[in-house]
Each structure stands twice: as structure tokens, then as C-alpha cells.
Design a protein around this ligand. Structure first.
Ligand code: C5P
Length: 394
């Protein structure tokens, strides 16, 4: 519910991607925002106003001459109540009209009369996007301080492949979150690890753990929203990298170690969220181990490097944050771990509270003692953890 006090107008223009705007409205409502929808007449040929009315729980406006607004000024009233207008999809025609300040339907008039920021998510055929006229309009819109979200490259409804696809609703939601997040980490480079590691035994088997990567990915997304340049060194997880985050894929602790050490000196902040295997298999079998080779195969383990402790021991280390997942004695173990690794901040959680789930309970431990955060979603906790980091940064 992180957009709960936000009022957002979604503008929908005519294009096949209009169906994705329905999902965007649903996601925004789920995140707590109040949403009103204004459509161009062309958009109603793709999705009906009834769909958006059902999803937004509010009347939908299409017609400039709509008599439902008591003062017949929907174009003014809609934007006055809004913190943000997002037009998704924004057609080539709509970009052209807004670039030229036209006010020839309700949505364009509302955009021209707005007193809040505007984001446009273009969606069109790749040749329409590449056309010099569209590119000229895009430059004009950017000069006018209007934000453009995408477009992405990929397969298009017309069967062609190229730039012009609208961002996915989840990506637009993420950009809206970014828009509303105070930029407390602007200009900072944040390096992070997340997920489990996988330590091979043979060609197909290995030792791993149940870390889902959710907390790390939530932190990467929150750090990026707070204005940081984020590099996420990730073990094998099922998630996509959050938009705008540079993801480096690794598998084993040694690969994670190498990827982090190559980047640590340039980082301002290092957050180690990964559940790194303490041990790896000393001799990895090149081929699949067979059962009938005379008894149980011996597996000798050797210790992995402690990535966090090594980064903290650099001559000019970044501000280091660790995680301590414990099943008991949280404060005692977490503070000991903080001292042993010589790091300023550690976030402790009880495994039974958060492993694998969407919610968690965190206690931050620093030189001033314990700072318990109220139980919340991993994304909300990520934001609070970063606020704490920003307060402690030199
Ligand atoms: O020592 P322990 O594994 O309990 O410490 C957990 C913290 O240290 C986490 O932040 C984890 O990402 C980090 N860590 C690491 N390299 C290791 C083991 C843990 O960076 N080999």
C-alpha cells in the first residue's frame, strides 16, 4: 500500500496496448492509489470505459462535453485532484498533439491544463516511433519537462520487432513508485548481493539454500527509486532484475566474490543480502556421480571467502551493511556478527519471520544499539533500511 495517499489520473489513448492499461489501473489500486481514468475516443474502440470504471471504482471521462461534472469542467477538475498524470499507452498521434499544445479532446485539454507532472508511456509500431516527426515530438516533450517511460524493444502486435512496445504494467508501476520516492541516495553507487549461491557437487548436483532473493531484489528496487546507481550481483533466483538496475548473474560463492571484489572499491554502499554458502565442495566431479561406484561418495568441503568481511577490510571500504538471519538470540548473534565483520550496520531477522515470504520483520543494529522496524512488506522495510543508511552515510 505504498501509494496510498496518491491520486493518479491514467490517460488511455487508442492503441492495442490499451488492454495493458487495465492491468496498470488494477496494480495501482492494489498499491493503494486512488485512480481516475480519462480516455480518448479512439481508446474506447480497444477497451470500453466500463472496464476502467470497474477497475478504478470511479466514473471514466471521454467526452469534453460530459455533463456529469457539476461545472462541466472535467478537464480542469480531474488534474486538480491529481498528484500525477500518466498516459499509457500514449499513441504517436497523442505525442504529436501534446508536443504542439493542442486541446482538441478531453484528455489533451486536461494535459494542457494540468498543474501536476506528466509521464507518457509511448506505444506504437516501430516505424511510427522511428519516424523523424515522432522523434522531433519526443525531443520537444522532453524539453518541456515531460517524462517518457520506454518504449521497450520487442515483438509488436503488427508482427514486426523493434522499439515501440509499451512497457509492461509492472514496469510502469515501478516507474511511478520511482517518481514518488524522495531521492535520498542521489549520486550514490550501491553494490549489492542477493539470492542463494549454488555450490556444485558434480555436473548436475549441488548445495544451495532456500533464500528466495526477495529481500535483496526489494532493496535493489528501493535503492534505485531513491536515486542510487545500483549493481546487483545475484545468485540463481526466479526474478527479473528491477528496472534500471544493473544485474550481474553468478552461481557460486567464488563467482559472487569475484564479481563483488571487482566492483567494491568504486561503490559508496555495499549491502550483502545474499545467503552465501559457507562451504563449497573441494573436488567437483566433472561428470554425474554414479550410484554403483562402491559406497557413499565422500564429499569434502572447504570454506568460502566471507565476501562482506573482505569488502569491509578494504583500505577505503564502502559503507557496509550485512544481514543476519538467525533462528534464535537475534540481538546477541547480530551484534557479534557486526563486530566480527567490522561493519557499521547489520539488519537482523528471525528466519521464521521472513525466509521466502513477501513480508518480514527486521531489527537494525548499529553502534547506537537496536532499532526495530515494524513488521511490513519487504519493499517497505527496504525503504526504511535505506533511510537509516542515508542518515549514517558520510
Ligand atoms: O557470517 P554469516 O553468513 O552469518 O553473515 C551473514 C552476512 O554476511 C550476510 O550479509 C551475508 O550476505 C554475508 N556473507 C558474505 N559472504 C559469506 C557469508 C556471508 O558476504 N561467505
Amino acid at each position: 500500500m505504498d501509494l496510498h495517499d496518491k491520486s493518479i489520473v491514467i490517460g488511455v489513448t487508442g492503441g492495442i496496448a490499451a488492454y495493458k492499461a487495465a492491468e496498470l489501473v488494477r496494480l495501482l489500486r492494489k498499491a493503494g492509489a486512488s485512480v481516475r481514468v480519462a480516455m480518448t475516443e479512439a481508446a474506447t474502440h480497444f477497451v470500453t470505459p466500463t472496464t476502467f470504471q470497474g477497475l478504478s471504482g470511479q466514473p471514466v471521462y471521454v467526452d469534453q462535453w460530459d455533463a456529469r461534472m457539476p461545472n462541466a469542467m472535467a478537464h480542469i477538475d480531474l488534474s486538480r485532484q491529481a498528484d500525477l498524470i500518466v498516459v499509457a499507452p500514449a499513441s504517436a498521434d497523442f505525442l504529436a498533439r501534446i508536443a504542439h499544445g493542442m486541446a482538441n479532446d478531453l484528455l489533451a485539454t486536461m494535459v494542457l491544463a494540468r498543474d501536476c507532472p506528466l509521464l507518457l508511456a509511448p506505444a506504437m509500431n516501430r516505424q511510427m516511433w522511428e519516424n523523424p516527426a515522432t522523434q522531433r515530438n519526443v525531443r520537444q516533450l522532453q524539453d518541456d519537462g515531460i517524462g517518457l517511460l520506454g518504449p521497450a524493444c520487442g515483438e509488436q502486435a503488427c508482427g514486426e520487432v523493434g522499439a515501440g512496445r509499451m512497457l509492461e504494467p509492472e514496469e510502469i508501476l515501478e516507474e511511478i513508485r520511482v517518481f514518488f520516492t524522495p531521492k535520498i541516495l542521489a549520486g550514490r553507487k550501491v553494490l549489492m548481493t542477493a539470492g542463494p549461491t549454488f555450490e556444485a557437487i558434480d555436473a548436475v548436483r549441488g548445495i544451495t539454500n532456500l533464500s528466495s532473493g526477495r529481500m535483496g531484489y526489494a532493496l535493489a528496487s528501493a535503492a534505485r527509486a531513491a536515486g542510487a546507481e545500483v549493481t546487483l550481483v545475484s545468485g540463481p533466483v526466479a526474478f527479473q532484475a528491477p528496472a534500471g538496475v544493473d544485474r550481474v548473474n553468478v552461481r557460486s560463492a567464488l563467482e559472487m566474490h569475484a564479481a563483488v571484489m571487482a566492483r567494491a572499491a568504486a561503490a559508496d554502499v555495499f549491502i550483502a543480502v545474499a545467503a552465501v554458502a559457507d562451504y563449497r565442495v573441494a573436488e567437483v566431479a566433472e561428470h554425474k556421480l554414479k550410484k554403483d561406484q562402491g559406497g557413499v561418495p565422500p564429499i569434502r568441503l572447504v570454506e568460502n571467502p566471507d565476501i562482506l568481511a573482505e569488502v569491509a577490510a578494504l583500505p577505503a571500504p564502502p559503507f557496509c551493511v550485512g544481514f543476519a538471519a538467525e533462528s534464535q538470540n537475534l540481538e546477541d548473534y547480530a551484534q557479534k556478527k557486526r563486530a566480527k565483520k567490522k561493519i557499521p550496520l547489520i539488519a537482523g531477522n528471525l528466519i521464521q519471520d521472513g525466509f521466502g515470504g513477501d513480508d518480514n520483520r527486521l531489527v537494525l543494529f548499529d553502534a547506537n544499539g537496536a532499532h526495530p522496524l515494524p513488521p511490513a512488506s519487504k519493499l517497505a522495510l527496504a525503504r526504511q533500511l535505506l533511510e537509516h543508511v542515508a542518515r549514517l552515510l558520510p
